[in-house]
Design a protein around this ligand. Sequence first.
Ligand code: AMP
Length: 550
Amino acid sequence: MLFIDFSRVCEKLEGTSGRLEMIDIISKELPGLTQDELPVFVRFVMGRIFADWSSRKLGIGPNLLYEATGAVAGVTKEQVIEKINRTGDVGQAVEELLSIKSQMTFFHEELDLVRVYTELISIAEKGGAKSQREKLLAVRRLLGNAHPLEGRYLARILLEELRIGVGEGSVREAIAKGFAVDSSLVEHAMQALNDTGEVARLAKVGPDALRDVHITPFHPLKMMLAQQGTIPDMIKEHGSIAAEFKYDGSRFQFHKKGNWARLYSRRLEDVTGALPDVIEQLLSATEHDVILDGEVIAMKDGKPMPFQSVLRRLRRKHDIAEAQDAIAMVPNVFDILYLDGETLIDLPLVERRKKLEGAVRLFVAPQVQSDDPSVITKTYDNALAAGHEGIMIKVPTSPYTPGQRGRNWIKIKPEVDTLDLAVIGAEWGEGKRAHVFGSFLVAVQDAGKLIPLSRVATGFSDEQLAEVYELLKESVIRKSGKEVTFEPSLVFEVGYAELQASQNYEGGFALRFPRFIRIRDDKDIPDIETIEGIRERYKRQANSAQAYQN
Ligand code: AMP
């Protein structure tokens, strides 16, 4: 296929707004393409260059493109930018600029679709000190041979923003229609391979080839995602359900074949270099060739650290001091997608779980399976008590569906609700926090009286504790041992997981998992939450808990 013919298809698609019509246009082109052309065509038409699993980048910024366009059209880079600003579209600007050029030059080497792709691969592969200059020359060569219409789409593909409205769904339907195969077969192959181009090639071979797809190690799959839901709904719908802790860290996909292993992030970026310790731990856990799905969390003194610690730990990778700060990165593995050459995504979760437990010795996330709400609720309580985010509920019979946010994985975590409360007392901190207040007594109001509701000791940074100390030190009106009482003046916004009936505080309520959110210096004591408001919230919570029992 000539690139000019591809560009004409793009032009047609750009002038079409109906999805069905677009699918029709694409599907008519597909059967006539060769096995080499098919993957390039379907990727380009979506504005992509490389396979979806690939983290390869072209490494061309807009500036380089403007410079190359200027050189080819015989204008300055500034004039190119001016043109783009006027037309509001890079493609159109390049097309107009190239049409001036094409009146001056007589020789064109016809661009071919596959040849353009090959050129782009070699551009992506250029690295090192001189690479920008080499990339510039390569883009100049491409644009120098381009007709104006080709320039329009080439420019947009180079920036990976084709914007002709063709998405993965349309291409999937077009492949199904063009090769007369079942759309669900195409969808399944797309999930397993994460490469629409390859799927188009298989569809051309026939439905059996599509049916027989295999996962390839080091071609990461999209991650399966979760929806929100409730424990009773899931039990009602499925009977026995599986529950795991919901770890608050960073999602990973671990690929291992022989002695070779890589780690991919949720966005399928290769993060092997950033997390060598995680790779090492996982390598120590299995001798098999595997693809594992999991979440890496930061742990300190046996407790999970907030998600930000994972990021902070990554940033401090090269800092020697970091080695002493005792934050360990711990993988939690909850699924297996591939084992010793076998693709497992279509097996039910229970079967995958058996394979996982058989193949991986360490770091497998514990799982509870039950149709008893109290057992699942207990797991949830344990998860929160251990400092995790909540639980994930999974349907035992469900396959692994990459990239899908379906009802087979349900996340249950506390709603983050907040209250504005008055700070009425505090306790001195300990250790390196001994010179500031470390935990605070907060109160609601009841007809002008302040009633203690909770103690808040988490959620503060060292800086915030120092700031709060400065704000409160002049307000101390009583001291008793480690405790102080304040003349109320400061308001905290406090997050919590749940309101509980409690005899410990005279208001009759207490907060579960209270956490400092921020100082509300825009609020005064009369603005804080009332006991009436708390009762209302408790009633609402009880109602939803009852819905939860039914
Ligand atoms: P959310 O990001 O709130 O939509 O929750 C889904 C995310 O929870 C997944 O993408 C994982 O990163 C994370 N997660 C933590 N623990 C698990 C688990 N046991 N199973 C699946 N996902 C988990």
